[in-house]
Structure formats: structure tokens, C-alpha cells
Design a binder for this molecule. Sequence first.
Ligand code: UDP
Ligand code: MG
Length: 316
Amino acid sequence: MTKKKLISIIVPCYNEQESLPLFYEEANRVSKKMKNVDFEMVFINDGSKDNTLKILRELSKKDERVRYISFSRNFGKEAGMYAGLEAVKGDYAAIMDADMQDPPEKLIEMYDIITHEEVDCVALYTESHEGYGFIRKSLTNLWYKIIDKISDSHQVPGARDFRLMTRQMVDSILSMKEYNRYTKGMFGFVGFETKWLAYNAPDRAAGTSKFNMKKLIKYAMEGVVAFSTTPLLLATYVGLLFCLVSFIAIVFIIIKTLIWGDPTSGWPSMVCIMMFISGIQLFFLGIIGMYLSKIYLEVKHRPVYLIKETEKDKRG
Ligand code: UDP
Ligand code: MG
């Protein structure tokens, strides 16, 4: 008899005390349905301030398939996903949110596809974000359109982090050692065959979203800086455009002066033009600064996350 394949589920958790028990129950139920595979669940406690760690300790005592990694502080979901990918042993790995917006039930269909079709990854995207407001929905859609145009990594609108992938793909992601990790872009960058399934993401099962507008904007900017150098080139294009406009203006002024003389006027418009151009210059300086700050963080080679405790510490 051939050995059963192992599916590892990676679940980043930040203050998920309400959702975690629900998630575990559901994942457990699904694992019982999938009799021909073994399961491993790796929860990452991302510096939660509630009882998340306590619940994880209990779950790991009760069920030996449950492992956990507890960070020394909140490092962010990206760090959590990275730690999970590094820790898992499975032939396949799936990343899932703890709040049931990524229903474990879907794993059955995803596993079926990844084993029967020639794909390395099965990923989900949502057509409707029921739990999110109108502004967040529209901004997200717009952002995906822009990033798809300017970056070299294809990104699907509404893509979630929920995906099941092969060991080969996990190892490829891990071979990318960058500090500023933007996993959505990295999946696109490593390539491989990905099959996209549409579904309607339900509302959070319990608790509240851990991403506010400020965090989301920071995340979006990181995505651009990590996978596109187009903003840096923009300065060149805008600079060239301004040179062209000023050249035409100079020729116009010379001709005007030769024909009609040179009455001094236009001081207010001059001030406006100067303000406009210095604004543009500062804007592009800011863009360069964004890239510079990323390089700064990158060359420091700081660890992406720090572990305080894992299930091994408790099991001995
Ligand atoms: N998360 C995390 N660290 C953070 C923020 C979020 O590990 O700093 C986890 C969170 O516990 C959840 C997943 O990332 O499992 C997605 O977060 P959330 O559901 O709040 O985001 P949303 O669905 O609103 O985008
Ligand atoms: Mg969520």
C-alpha cells in the first residue's frame, strides 16, 4: 500500500479566540471526510493579545495533528504565512484564514483538482466580498487592475491567500529570501500552473477584521514597490514631458517677444507653475524614498519573524 499523502494547513491567527474553535471543528470535520489523506494543521499565533495561544496549546494537546508557532510579537500576516510555509512537512500545503472566510470544505474540491489535473496550485478568488464595504470593494478592484498592468507578476482581482499548492511550489516560494514579503505577488512570480476557482467569500464567522484602511493602504503600496519598478520610470517620462512643454513655451515666448516686444507680466502664473513643478519633484522624490526604504530594510537582513514558543516546547 502506498503511503498516504499529507496535506498541511497553514493558518495565521491574530486575536482569533472566537473563530479558532469554529475553524478547528470545521477543518476536523473535513479531514474526516477526506479519508485517503493525512492532515497537519500549523497555526501561527501572530502576537495575539487574547486567548488565541491558550486555545492553540489545548488543541495541540488534544490533537497531535495540530502544531503551532507563537511569535514574540505581532509580525503581520505575511510573516505568519512565511513561518507556516517554512514549518510544514506536507506533500501539499494550503494557506487559510482563521475566520472561515476560506471555508475548509473547499479543500475537498481543491485536492481533487490538484491530484487529477495537471496543475501545481488551486487558488480561490471571490467575485463578491459580502463582508466588505463599497469603498473597500471598489478600491481593491481598481488596485488589482493597476498592479496587473505595472508589475511582472500576474494578479487576479479578488484573489485570496487561500490556495492549495504542491511541495515543489512551496519550496519555490521559500527559495525567495526577501525580507519585504508580498506573498500574493510571489505566487505569480514563481509561475507554475494555477487553477482559479470562483466563490463567494462569506462574512467573518466571529471577531472583527484585523486589517483597517491604514494597514490596507500600506499593504497595497508594498505590493507595488515589491513587484514593479514602473513608478521609478514614471519620473523619467514626466520629466521628458515637462522638458518638451517648456521647449515649446520658450519658442513661443521668443517669437512673441520678437513680434510684440516684452511687456513684463504673468507673475501669478509663474508662481503657480513653480509650485506645480516643485510638487511633482517632491512627489517623485517620495517614490524614490519608498524604494530606498525597502532597500534599507532588505540589506539589514533582519529576521522576518521571531518564535517564542511552539507545540514542541509544551509536548517536550
Ligand atoms: N492576521 C495575522 N496577523 C495580522 C493580521 C491578520 O495573522 O497582523 C490573520 C488573521 O488572524 C486572519 C487572516 O490573517 O486569519 C486574515 O485577516 P482578516 O480576516 O482580519 O482580514 P480580512 O479578511 O478582513 O482581509
Ligand atoms: Mg477575513
